[in-house]
Write a protein that binds this ligand. Structure first.
Ligand SMILES: NC(=O)c1ccc[n+]([C@@H]2O[C@H](COP(=O)([O-])OP(=O)(O)OC[C@H]3O[C@@H](n4cnc5c(N)ncnc54)[C@H](O)[C@@H]3O)[C@@H](O)[C@H]2O)c1
Length: 366
């Protein structure tokens, strides 16, 4: 069994990864600065008490050096996580996500570990993969203009494109400051680990949901944002027409993927999509969540676009299935019922309007 450091381990995904690793007999240490937007400043109750906790910033070299003492493996999750917010809090996002990862690897050169598994993101793909009407695949699709009646990307001749599951080989298209940072984290992990005899792995997570996601952080986790609205008796706010497709993967399946990626002999040097392998529209999940929470409210379709938003992206998870034996287990309806039950026991400040105003003030919503 190993001693595992989880950076950002007090967060939503981190606390589930901590529990999954403790259940497998690992020792867990967490380094987390407990940022206000996520935690309100205190160690969350859901973080297992057996996890050793160090409060500190990933950008602080001395703290990172202390956190790495005696550690065999690292799960790197510490990050600022709002795509929209990254488009105006640029310095903060580059500092935490890129410089923070650089500080971690600078310290790892002195104190190498066996393996580092980093959380990357589906956001690095930009638009997902599409199929053209002639049957060929289109992997560099971009929306020139997104407007009512013309939300979906089209090929160069204006013909319709059909979204298909996105595999790891699709070229990245970094459409936000957040995506740029996640790609830097992923590449730093593979490059520096490769150069110093460590094993590096990156998991490209799709839309993760489940109990424990910060309900009052309006910048991340569409299901958490919708839940927070519904809890406050307001309809979920849906951008565009709500027909954009995503892959929602339960946090327990993601935690399992990290546990496997830390151990599996085939993982090193690779990137893996981690999703459910299913796709749904945003309107549909808003409606299903409202039903699961017993709310009569329906999603409100705003018809607005956010700068950097993509239309469709959902996961091809065949590499993780084939190489790691990854099998998402959580049924979506059961996952929503569990989320609704957890949400009913929470208090959430609904900051969705505030977040939208921040983006609108900077011309990032049209
Ligand atoms: N939730 C998703 O759908 C999703 C999807 C793709 C990728 N990811 C990635 O997974 C990771 C975990 O995300 P999450 O959803 O659990 O978010 P989260 O905000 O709940 O967790 C991130 C944690 O990092 C900590 N943190 C932030 N800045 C820090 C700093 N400077 N030093 C130390 N700790 C710091 C925060 O306090 C928080 O506990 C992130 O790297 C994120 O980019 C998440």
């Amino acid at each position: 069994m190993s001693i595992v450091l989880i950076t950002g381990g007090a967060g939503f995904i981190g606390s589930h990864v901590a529990s999954a690793l403790l259940a497998r007999g690992h020792e867990v240490r967490v380094l987390d600065s407990l940022i206000e937007q996520v935690h309100g400043g205190s160690r969350p109750a859901r973080l297992a008490p057996e996890a050793d906790f160090i409060a500190g910033d990933i950008r602080d070299a001395d703290t990172v050096a202390r956190a790495l003492r005696g550690v065999d493996k690292v799960v790197h999750l510490a990050a600022e996580v709002g795509v929209g917010q990254s488009m105006y809090a640029i310095e903060r996002y580059v500092s935490v996500n890129e410089l923070g990862t650089a500080v971690l690897f600078q310290q790892l050169i002195e104190r190498p570990v066996q393996r580092v598994v980093t959380a990357s993101s589906m956001s690095i793909y930009g638009e997902g993969l599409y199929r053209r009407s002639d049957g060929g695949l289109a992997e560099s699709v971009e929306r020139i203009e997104a407007r009512p009646g013309a939300w979906d990307p089209r090929d160069a001749d204006g013909a319709a494109l059909v979204p298909v599951a996105t595999p790891e080989w699709k070229r990245p298209a970094l459409a936000s400051v957040y995506a740029l940072g996640k790609y830097a984290q992923e590449r730093l992990t593979l490059t520096v680990c490769g150069a110093y005899g460590m094993e590096g792995v990156a998991l490209r997570l799709f839309n993760v949901y489940g109990p424990g996601q910060a309900l009052s952080n309006p910048y991340t986790g569409v299901l958490a944002i919708f839940a927070s609205r519904l809890l406050n008796r307001r309809p979920p706010l849906v951008f565009e027409d709500g027909a954009q497709r995503r892959d929602f993967v339960h946090v327990s399946d993601v935690a399992e993927a990290f546990a496997v990626a830390l151990e599996h002999e085939k993982a090193p040097g690779q990137v893996f999509n981690i999703g459910s392998g299913e796709h749904r529209t945003i309107s549909e999940v808003g409606t299903l969540l409202a039903q699961a929470m017993g709310s009569p409210l329906m999603p409100e379709i705003t018809g607005k676009t956010r700068s950097g938003d993509i239309r469709h992206c959902f996961a091809d998870i065949s590499r993780a299935e084939r190489e790691l034996g990854f099998r998402p287990r959580q049924d979506f309806a059961a996952g929503l019922a569990e989320l609704a039950e957890w949400v009913a026991r929470q208090e959430a400040v609904d900051r969705a309007d505030e977040a939208r105003r921040e983006l609108e003030a900077r011309g990032l919503v049209a």
